[in-house]
Ligand binder design. Structure first.
Ligand code: GKR
Ligand code: MG
Length: 435
């Protein structure tokens, strides 16, 4: 006989709400961010009336998988995650979406069916953990085994940037101004420190010829002596160019992030420089770890709990990194506060986290929360409130969903090259290596 409980954590409903969120004109090697980026907000409702929140990528290829995967969660206990993940393999992925090529929308490694499924499952997992935590009165970090730190450090994520989106394009204004040269990058870094207290800096590179980006990092080093600096061209450089940059910036870099594309090229760079290499492009799945680690291609793996498949998989990745003496931290893509809260909870539980995580959050002026998360001295305080410790603002969610509904389809899939062509019609996604 089963004992009746007031805490029935059977999932009764999963609400999926695609939204478009304002994004400034940030430049990367493939183009420029669209004025609005798609995200998916997930609400998992349990029989005891609790609602848990999750967030992930919102492009069509993720939305197509979200409904069938969500349907597999309905009727299960919110804590039945391992079986959900195992059975998710049965959900078919459209062959067109798994080219085996590097994903162009988000610079997050080779696209596979597994990675698409995991990117959706991660939001379901986070929402289940949020629901479990809320119902049991426990923070998500406690469900993951408990925090080992009370604050999580983040680095300022600097981007080359236009002052605004191209003339005539519907967009929200931002107050960051342009950053297109070393002085602009330093000014942006100062704004980051003034507003959020960040003490380490990552510059998104691969935008201008390497000498210009070297000059920008040198300018940062002069303006912020002794502060950890990173440069990330998203694999845009050849091995020789990577080595030249490493040679010129080795004395000021904490690490170089994905200077060259793919494990063989990264291994060659690593073999010929003492500058540590980090990646969120060549080690993006468990299957890619063996080759990269045995070839000593990377010294730091940057997790992204979305495509690694959630918070528990991020902990497993961290344990593997610890075993092999490889560092671990996190990179980010355009995201809102639910994801920042999730990142902060899992980061708080990882003992071997020795590099500040990066976050796009300061670039997102909009959110779906009643209260935004804040950075103090460059760190986010780990919430001890039940669940993730964040609350959904339904009016904001509805407004951002309305924007998605009203879109004619052009913005529902992130395409940085298409956004660049609005200003430069001749623009093509550059062949790699670009320099
Ligand atoms: O937002 O343009 C961008 C970035 O390039 C983004 O895709 C990520 O931050 O995953 C990227 C990275 O850290 O390389
Ligand atoms: Mg990166």
């Amino acid at each position: 006989m089963t004992t009746p409980t007031s805490r029935d954590l059977t999932v009764t409903e999963v609400r999926l709400t695609p939204i478009l969120v304002a994004d400034p004109p940030l430049l990367n090697t493939q183009g420029v961010h669209q004025p609005y980026t798609p995200r998916l907000i997930v609400e998992v409702v349990t029989a005891d009336g609790t609602t848990g929140l999750g967030e992930t990528y919102g492009d069509t290829k993720y939305l197509d998988l979200a409904r069938p995967l969500a349907d597999r969660l309905v009727g299960r206990h919110a804590g039945d995650l391992n079986r959900l993940f195992t059975e998710a393999d049965a959900v078919a992925v459209d062959a067109d979406q798994v080219s085996g090529k590097v994903d162009v929308g988000g610079l997050r490694g080779v696209q596979t069916a597994d990675k698409l499924r995991l990117s959706v499952l991660s939001a379901l997992e986070v929402a289940c953990l949020d629901a479990l935590g809320k119902s049991l009165g426990l923070p998500v970090h406690a469900l993951l085994g408990g925090k080992v730190r009370d604050t999580v450090d983040y680095s300022a994520y600097l981007f080359y940037k236009w002052a605004g989106h191209p003339e005539g394009v519907r967009a929200e204004k931002d107050d960051w101004g342009a950053a297109l040269d070393p002085a602009g990058v330093v000014a942006q870094a100062r704004t980051f420190t003034e507003r959020y207290g960040f003490t380490s800096f990552k510059l998104k590179g691969g935008v201008f010829p390497p000498d210009e980006e070297i000059a920008a990092v040198r300018a940062l080093a002069a303006a912020f002596p002794g502060h950890p600096l990173r440069l990330d061209p998203n694999g845009a450089w050849s091995v020789e160019t990577s080595l030249k940059v490493a040679g010129e910036l080795g004395d000021v870099l904490e690490y170089l992030e994905d200077p060259a594309l793919g494990t063989p090229a990264m291994a060659e760079v690593a073999a010929r420089t003492g500058v540590p290499l980090a990646t969120n492009m060549c080690v993006t799945t468990f299957a890619e770890i063996k080759e990269a680690f045995t070839r000593d291609a990377v010294q730091v793996v940057l997790s992204d709990h979305h495509y690694w498949g959630g918070l528990r998989n991020t902990q497993q990745l961290a344990a593997i990194c610890r075993t092999f003496g490889v560092g671990v931290s996190m990179h980010s893509n355009t995201h809102l506060g639910i994801s920042l809260a999730a990142m902060t909870h899992v980061a708080a539980t990882v003992p071997n986290l020795h590099h500040a995580c990066d976050s796009h959050y300061p670039w997102q002026a909009e959110d779906v929360l009643t209260e935004r998360l804040t950075f103090e001295n460059g760190a986010v305080r780990v919430s001890d409130a039940p669940g993730l410790g964040v609350e959904l603002d339904r009016d904001r969610l509805a407004a951002l969903h309305r924007r998605w509904l009203d879109d004619d389809g052009t913005l529902r899939d992130r395409d940085d090259a298409a956004a660049m062509r609005v200003a430069h019609p001749e623009w093509e996604t550059p062949a790699v290596p670009r320099w």
